[in-house]
Design a protein. Structure first.
Length: 27
């Protein structure tokens, strides 16, 4: 999963940083 997608998802859904880090670990 690209960081750009993660960044956009964070803005749209307002997910927590812990969730973002988890997504980055999962790829």
């Amino acid at each position: 999963m690209s960081k750009l997608y993660i960044s956009e998802a964070a803005k749209l859904k307002g997910v927590s940083t812990s969730t973002l880090r988890r997504w980055e670990t999962e790829g």
